[in-house]
Design a binder for this molecule. Structure first.
Ligand SMILES: Cc1ncc(COP(=O)(O)O)c(C=O)c1O
Length: 398
């Protein structure tokens, strides 16, 4: 409370921060920024209580895989703690080139550029290729990284109804053919768990001569054969100009990528401010991501377990008649509908030893306040016993 009692004669910016209603609400409910004291496997410890982690994007459960730990340590010993520079200047290392080739090949693209965060990569995928005078047609629910990128670009922006190619077509039909156009969407929508209707979107891109940018942060490592992503799932890889994504989900590392044809990626290396003026991913994180990529291909059991656990969670939520917003993927929301009830549901789960993420408006549309859960290959039968009991309890309190 002391935080809000220092208003006094603060300048307008400080006053704005002190009076901000969203921050006040966040601090009142306090479900965010909770620091765990310990983590092991699928479990985390908060205030001394052991809990099942049910909201991590670590879909394949690889962050403690011995080969990944070994690769990270080896790179750390070999290269030290940081690149201390951008790729264009002193920050490039042989391991960067190696992982870029690997990711490109895995996705079925010619080239790829890696950065220190998925957010940076996805943002740069739009900020680099779009410019003033262009038109960006964006699904209404795209991730914040794409939104930031398109706003930076100075291009005109039109939003189409989420996952609605018909609405996109109506907008396209009214635009001048000579305008340079980009269609942008997520492969998997992380809050909703929805898959994008990629075949329909790329068909419209062909008809109306549009460039396409897909953020596949949640599809990479999860969808398609061996986890090659949402484009591979649909057999549409060649029809998407740019695929961007993250190493911080299925690959259990940190960093991001932009993949496409060689000329497009070289153009990005010339023009992307996020690339030119930001230090490169550390060799140890690149090594972890690179080893995870190898594991996707040599140990298919992780992906198989992820989908088995996804089905098990969906069955549970269906049995309890919980609203999962039509999720088709391991990112599974439980829509509660209002902040107070969602908060109570989240707390009930916590009480029973399950950690989830509360996601409320404005992060989700009004009336869609939800509990964000994610299945992982890590979850065991014992975890599921705890998860089932916790959701039964929380649902009974609704
Ligand atoms: C769809 C999507 N794109 C991009 C990102 C950014 O990735 P990172 O966390 O690796 O910066 C996220 C992360 O939440 C995401 O969900």
């Amino acid at each position: 409370m002391a935080f809000f009692q220092t208003l006094g004669k603060a300048n307008p910016i400080v006053r704005r921060a002190l009076e901000d209603p969203i921050t006040k609400e966040r601090l009142r409910y306090a479900p965010f920024y909770l620091p765990f004291e310990k983590q092991k496997g699928s479990r985390v410890w908060l205030n001394g209580h052991e809990m099942v982690m049910l909201a991590s994007n670590e879909y394949l459960g690889l962050s403690e895989h011995p080969k990944i730990i070994e690769a990270g340590k080896k790179a750390f010993d070999q290269w030290g703690s940081s690149t201390t520079g951008a790729r264009i200047s002193n920050g490039s290392r042989a391991c960067h080139v190696e992982i870029e080739q690997k990711v490109a090949q895995f996705l079925g693209k010619e080239d790829c550029h890696v950065s220190s965060a998925g957010y940076i990569s996805c943002m740069s995928a739009l900020a680099t290729f779009a410019q003033r005078g262009d038109l960006i047609l964006a699904d209404k629910n795209i991730h914040s990284s794409l939104v930031t990128g398109m706003r930076l670009s100075d291009a005109r922006i039109e939003r189409f109804i989420h996952n609605n190619p018909g609405d996109l077509q109506e907008i396209l039909a009214t635009e001048k053919p000579e305008t340079a156009k980009i269609i942008t969407f997520d492969g998997i929508y992380s809050m909703e768990g929805h898959l994008a209707p990629v075949p329909e979107l790329v068909q419209l891109a062909k008809t109306y001569d549009c460039f396409t940018v897909m953020d596949d942060a949640h599809g990479f490592g999860v969808m398609g054969p061996q986890g090659r992503g949402t484009a591979a799932h649909y057999g549409c890889t060649d029809d998407i100009d740019i695929i961007s994504g993250s190493f911080s989900k299925a690959l259990s590392s940190i960093g991001g990528f932009v993949a496409g044809s060689k000329p497009l990626i070289e153009y990005l290396r010339t023009h992307s401010k996020q690339t030119i003026f930001s230090a490169a991913i550390t060799p140890s994180q690149a090594a972890c991501a690179s080893t995870a990529l190898d594991l996707l291909q040599s140990e298919p059991e992780h992906l198989e377990r992820l989908w088995k656990n996804t089905r098990r969670m969906k069955d549970l939520f269906n049995r309890l008649k919980l609203n999962t917003w039509g999720s088709e993927t391991p990112a599974i929301p439980v829509v509660i509908g209002n902040l107070e009830s969602a908060f109570r549901f989240w707390k009930a789960l916590l009480e029973k030893g399950v950690f989830t993420v509360l996601s409320v408006s404005p992060a989700v549309p009004p009336g869609k306040d939800l509990i964000r859960t994610a299945a992982s290959a890590r979850h065991t039968d014992e975890d599921f016993e705890i998860i089932e009991a916790a959701f039964e309890y929380a649902a009974s309190q609704l």
